[in-house]
Design a protein around this ligand. Sequence first.
Ligand SMILES: NC(=O)c1ccc[n+]([C@@H]2O[C@H](COP(=O)([O-])OP(=O)(O)OC[C@H]3O[C@@H](n4cnc5c(N)ncnc54)[C@H](OP(=O)(O)O)[C@@H]3O)[C@@H](O)[C@H]2O)c1
Length: 295
Amino acid sequence: MKTFSIIGCGAVGKTVGRLLQQSGSVAVRDILTRSTASAQTAADFIGAGRPVADFNKLERADLYLVASPDDAIAACVRELCRTDLLDRDTTVCHFSGSLGSALLEPAAQFGAQLASVHPVKSFADPAVCVGDFAGTWCGIEGDPQARELMAELFSAIGGKIFNIDPRFKTIYHAGSVLACNYLTALLEAGLRAFEKGGVPRETALLVMEPLVRGTVDNVFRAGTARALTGPIARGDAGVVARQLDALESYDGQLALIYRALGSVALELSRERGQACAPGLAQIEELLATARVGAS
Ligand SMILES: NC(=O)c1ccc[n+]([C@@H]2O[C@H](COP(=O)([O-])OP(=O)(O)OC[C@H]3O[C@@H](n4cnc5c(N)ncnc54)[C@H](OP(=O)(O)O)[C@@H]3O)[C@@H](O)[C@H]2O)c1
């Protein structure tokens, strides 16, 4: 059976380590962190593995999973390269969503196969995460052989595999920031506009809730273009002009957001094909023209 060792074993290392060990498709060998005590805690959680705190103590494994924080991955790989454990039969993999497998490149000099797996999940509590990992989407990129191995191992623990283009991994990662973190920021922007309209925040949240939930449901049921409603979906240039004008007088930042997202909405409206072309052309012009003196 193939063996794996974990370098850096916190939330992700513990969860993935235990699931892989339990799957029976690979066996854990060493667990390395910066102290034997924390490596021991991880080994206890995984239920197997030899705790070590020094790269010189690592033994040969088929697969090295670097599950340290992003900032420490490069240093961990440099240390791993100083051992004589890497060759063409070893695979080295990290779990960062924003960094590519190219970060592991020093290991390729020894012939090692490289990959990165990004499990799209928030790993807060490993004890909970081992129970609900099944169904987690896992973005993979790297060398073909390493990708194949990681896809096989992660499928065996319930992961759902998709491929990432390594050249644009940072942009891929920004996608989650835009869709999740910025959704929160966007709702805050919406709340501020409601408040300016005399609706207290608590009431505004109640009013917005069914709107927002309905919209999100529509996006996942019908796709973004068909879920789009409102003035840009209708090609109603008059409403867009008045709203832009009012927002610019009230808060330049909200007006900027309105313009930037309005241009994405415009593309969706064109794709949807329900609004008249002259209305959309007028909206395009409005969105592109900042009012003189606006911040
Ligand atoms: N957390 C998430 O939700 C999540 C989701 C997807 C992907 N990821 C990715 O998964 C990776 C691990 O994240 P995490 O949240 O599991 O991190 P974490 O909980 O902070 O754990 C990091 C582990 O690395 C060890 N460590 C730190 N510096 C080290 C070094 N220089 N050498 C060896 N070990 C070191 C730490 O142990 P000691 O402090 O005891 O040394 C700890 O065991 C990151 O690449 C992250 O981007 C995380």
